[in-house]
Design a protein around this ligand. Structure first.
Ligand code: ACO
Length: 381
């Protein structure tokens, strides 16, 4: 019998590198995030979400012609079939949008004749379908529950603009559309985070892209991961006024209650996404008359810096994205679905990478139970 390899416990996998990747680089100590080597700040300032998706899926920036052709490919998949629209309409209106999204992403496989084709090209086409249809699912469900007619997607628009168009039924201003575009860029990828890992574990069993992305949506919704942005907003609303901020933060820290939107497993410096989002949140808050909310957020940050900054607890991407989404008029329970809309890009990038150089992901646990326990018949227990 071969000798069992040496094992060690790494609860939470904090210190385990699970493989090689060319997608994103994170330096948690220095507060650096790069997609395929390009600084996130440069991408947020000058790129578009579509270009970032191409970058993550191809490990290089596209030429103008390649970008145009990729955008055409994405836009051709914007709309939902009448069966999917029917399904959306039949969902209870009080369902949570992340549950709706997870179910709908899973359902997209049902109408795809390629769903069992495991070729790389087919998995890539599935990723395009999910990425392109997610905005219609989120906007469509929101309109259904508000009792409004669904708006058809407009393939002449980029993904961010088209999302706001389908959500609100009116053409967004340039600033709002760009704000969503920037948020999509900033959330597109982040190494092997929990939801990306879930997608990779799924695709590594030689399952399929729909199953991988469904696993990822379910994983993202937890409050310790993508669900934190909604919790941030509820927290801000619960504080009351500026005078209450100090006591709120101090009481929370004393009671060991986590301040949502702060802290990160990897970043022990300011999350580089939060740096740019903070500037953005201020701008959008001013433009939409939500300055109060922004000031409240900065006050929390000041107190957190003073109290726990030395421990490496800083705002993460969720803290200022909450203010931005709220200022743009998004319902609070759509914040995490919008995160998913963007992270589809990273989930698919890592799943495709895994698919190309696959190994079943199968960790072990340390068994702590008893051995040789007698089976007692049910009548005798
Ligand atoms: N508020 C107050 N204290 C905090 C916070 C916070 N948000 N986050 C961590 N701490 C403290 C912990 O209480 C702990 O203190 P102690 O050493 O005195 O016991 C210390 O910092 C280390 O905390 P850990 O739980 O070990 O850190 P971990 O790496 O597991 O946590 C996490 C990361 C889960 C993100 C955590 O910071 C948290 O719960 N934050 C709030 C939720 C949140 O914003 N999540 C979004 C993350 S970003 C994303 O997923 C997109």
């Amino acid at each position: 019998m071969p000798e069992a390899p040496a094992m060690h416990i790494d609860k939470g996998l904090d210190n385990t590198i699970i493989g090689e990747s060319r997608k994103s680089f994170i330096d948690g100590q220095a507060g650096i995030l790069e997609y395929v080597g390009i600084d996130i700040d440069d991408l947020a300032r000058t790129s578009t979400f579509e270009e970032v998706v191409f970058l993550l899926w191809n490990d290089r920036l596209p030429t103008a012609a390649e970008l145009e052709s990729f955008e055409t490919e994405l836009r051709a998949e914007y709309s939902l079939s009448s069966e999917m629209v029917g399904m959306l309409k039949s969902i209870p209106h009080d369902a949570s949008p992340m549950h709706v999204l997870r179910s709908m992403v899973s359902s997209l496989a049902l109408e795809d004749p390629e769903c069992n084709d495991q070729s790389l090209e087919s998995e890539r086409r599935k990723a395009i379908r999910v990425l392109s249809k997610t905005p219609a699912i989120i906007a469509g469900f929101d309109r259904c529950r508000r009792g409004l007619e669904l708006i058809d997607p407009d393939p002449s628009l980029n993904m961010a603009t088209n999302f706001l168009w389908m959500l609100n039924g009116e053409m967004p201003g340039e600033a709002s559309a760009r704000a969503i575009d920037v948020c999509l860029i900033l959330h597109a990828d982040h190494g092997i985070n929990a939801s990306t890992f879930a997608a990779m574990v799924t695709i590594a069993t030689q399952s399929d892209m729909y199953s991988a992305l469904t696993s990822a949506v379910g994983t993202l919704r937890g409050p310790l991961h993508g669900g934190a942005n909604e919790r941030v907003m509820h927290m801000l609303q619960s504080i009351g006024g500026h005078d209450e901020v100090e006591s709120f933060v101090m009481n929370s820290l004393e009671n060991k209650t986590r301040i949502m939107g702060f802290g990160h497993r990897v970043y022990k410096a300011l999350d580089p996404r939060a740096k740019y989002l903070k500037t953005f949140a201020e701008q959008i808050a001013e433009e939409t008359g939500n300055t109060d909310l922004y000031v409240l957020s900065t006050r929390i940050q000041d107190i957190m810096d003073r109290e726990v900054g030395a421990k490496g607890i800083y705002p993460n991407v969720d803290f200022y994205s909450a203010t931005t989404y709220f200022s743009l008029g998004l319902a609070i329970d759509l914040f995490t679905p919008v995160f998913a809309m963007s992270r589809n890009a990273g989930w698919a990038a890592h799943s495709l990478e895994q698919h190309q150089d696959n190994r079943l992901i199968r960790p072990r646990c340390q068994y702590m139970g008893e051995h040789g326990v007698e089976y007692v018949h049910i009548d005798k227990r």
